[in-house]
Design a protein around this ligand. Structure first.
Ligand SMILES: Cc1ncc(COP(=O)(O)O)c(C=O)c1O
Length: 485
């Protein structure tokens, strides 16, 4: 299929039939949908032909065997919507509305200021943080839910620079990827200006060689927002540490999406997002983790009263709380925090079915299925794949590309319009603009195994095929840009 054939590593002929048979066979014997070995990939070269090798029935059979299928009922998904954008804004858990109403009407309405104590509001950042800790390989008391990812990044990067300046003042460089999420790069630029550092932006394959004696901090997003490509956190942290460099990880597309083990990776600092895979709602609090060996070494720069050791003594001098609590700043958004708590409870309920490991197995099966179906059913429309086929390098999203120049005048690739046409059909993904050069326009599809099924994947690809075959995306209404893409 156009550009897709470039990523196909031909291992099996008629790969998807083999894949589905493999899945069904393994599912029968183990009761679980298995991890597909990365050596099994798909081979389809029949452009425009609709010889369907994966059928809707195959997908339905996979749903029937899915141990996580009941979790979809825990979410309020609008009828007729296939939601493939949980990597941007997660779905509303069914418990959230009642819980938020309770916080507003009873805890705020009746309890008023007493609720800081009686309803446990004051401890909520730690309580929610402890639930997040279970998803990212951190211990109890090591994570707080607070502020935004951008603000938390400012705090931890600032702390990392302070430690580096104390231990090795000659190191004056922060290394990051050119394709990192812009807010990460902007925060780093602001700190570089303030502290006299330089931000060095590199490509993924240059990371290891860029880690020289001049580098203070390696700041990376674990799963890339544009491509869904995932770094090897342990390996890169090890290389960085061997060169005397601290690591800062953005887990915005990792927490709740892929297994993360901050302890075993020996990472130094991490931040992440509450409104994507954790389903905390728009603007949900983010989170921050600091390796306990660093936590007490520095006052983070936003030294507000919530990070004070004894905030209610109201002393004029700042004395930081021990450990991660000093990474709090001011009064927290309790209603949003309660909503995030509901999102996390859904994750904790998966623990008896294998938790993140079971979610990862299904996530890989869903993304493999989507890739195979797109290749099989959408051939000949100049669609490429930005997401790695190798499981060890893949997050929980699949990013399709289109070449600049393939779209209408003023719509350089058609990717934006294709996504809009899909949204009109109820298949919600999103679009991320390329630069017309190395970075192509991206159609992003996030796969959240809590509420996406195999049949959803089949229908999503069928909608994509119809949008392409009928050239629906060329309609004027799908080519009008909005403020948020
Ligand atoms: C990797 C990454 N970091 C940070 C953010 C956003 O941070 P904030 O919640 O502060 O807007 C995003 C948003 O999509 C992201 O993808």
């Amino acid at each position: 299929m156009g550009l897709l054939h470039g990523f196909v590593n031909v291992v099996l002929r008629e790969g998807s039939v083999e894949l589905i048979n493999y899945l069904l066979e393994k599912t029968d014997t183990t009761g679980e949908v298995p991890m597909i070995p990365s050596s099994i990939t798909f081979s389809f070269s029949n452009h425009n032909s609709l010889i369907t090798m994966i059928t809707l029935d195959h997908c339905r059979a996979l749903d029937a065997q899915d141990p996580l299928r009941a979790f979809k009922d825990k979410f309020s998904l609008p009828a007729g919507v296939i939601y493939l954008d949980g990597n941007s804004l997660g779905v509303l858990p069914k418990t959230t509305s009642a819980r938020v109403t309770q916080v507003v009407e009873q805890e705020w309405g009746n309890g008023l200021i007493r609720s800081w104590n009686s309803a446990g509001w004051f401890e909520l950042p730690q309580k929610v943080g402890n639930k997040i800790a279970k998803l990212i390989g951190a211990g109890p008391g090591e994570v707080v839910a607070t502020d935004t990812t951008s603000i938390n990044l400012y705090k931890v990067l600032s702390a990392a620079l302070h430690i580096a300046a104390t231990d090795s003042p000659q190191r004056k460089i922060i290394v990051s990827e050119r394709s990192n999420f812009p807010t990460d790069l902007y925060i780093a630029q602001a700190l570089c200006k303030e502290r006299g550092y330089t931000l060095q932006l590199i490509e993924e394959h240059e990371i290891a060689t860029a880690l020289t004696q001049d580098v203070a901090v390696l700041m990376l997003t674990h799963v890339n927002y544009r491509t869904g490509a995932m770094h090897d956190m342990s390996k890169l942290t090890q290389i960085a540490h061997a060169a005397g460099i601290l690591t800062v990880w953005d887990l915005a597309h990792s927490a709740g999406a892929v297994p993360v083990d901050l302890h075993s990776a020996k990472a130094d600092f991490a931040v992440g997002c509450g409104y994507k895979y954790l389903n905390g709602g728009p603007g949900a609090p983010a989170f921050v983790w600091v390796n306990s060996k660093h936590a007490d070494r520095f006052w983070q720069p936003l030294a507000g009263w919530w990070g004070h050791a004894t905030p209610f003594e109201f002393t004029p001098d700042y004395k930081p709380a021990a450990g991660i609590n000093r990474y709090l700043c001011g009064t927290q958004p309790i209603i949003n925090m309660a909503a995030l708590d509901c999102g996390l409870d859904v994750y904790l309920a998966t623990e008896e079915l294998g938790g993140m490991s079971a979610l990862r197995t299904k996530s890989l099966a869903l993304t493999d299925l989507f890739i195979a179906l797109v290749e099989e059913r959408c051939a000949g429309f100049d669609i490429g794949l930005a997401t790695p086929l190798n499981h060890a390098q893949r997050g929980s999203q699949v990013c399709l590309t289109r070449e600049h120049g393939d779209g209408l005048v003023g719509a350089p690739s058609g990717a934006f319009a294709i996504v809009q046409a899909l949204i009109a059909r109820g298949v919600i993904g999103d679009y991320r603009a390329g630069d017309g050069k190395a970075h192509k326009d991206i159609m992003r599809f996030g796969f959240t195994p809590l509420y996406i099924g195999y049949e959803d994947v089949w229908h999503a690809v069928e909608h994509l095929r119809q949008v392409l075959v009928n050239e629906e995306w060329k309609r004027a209404e799908f080519n009008q840009k909005h403020a948020v893409t």
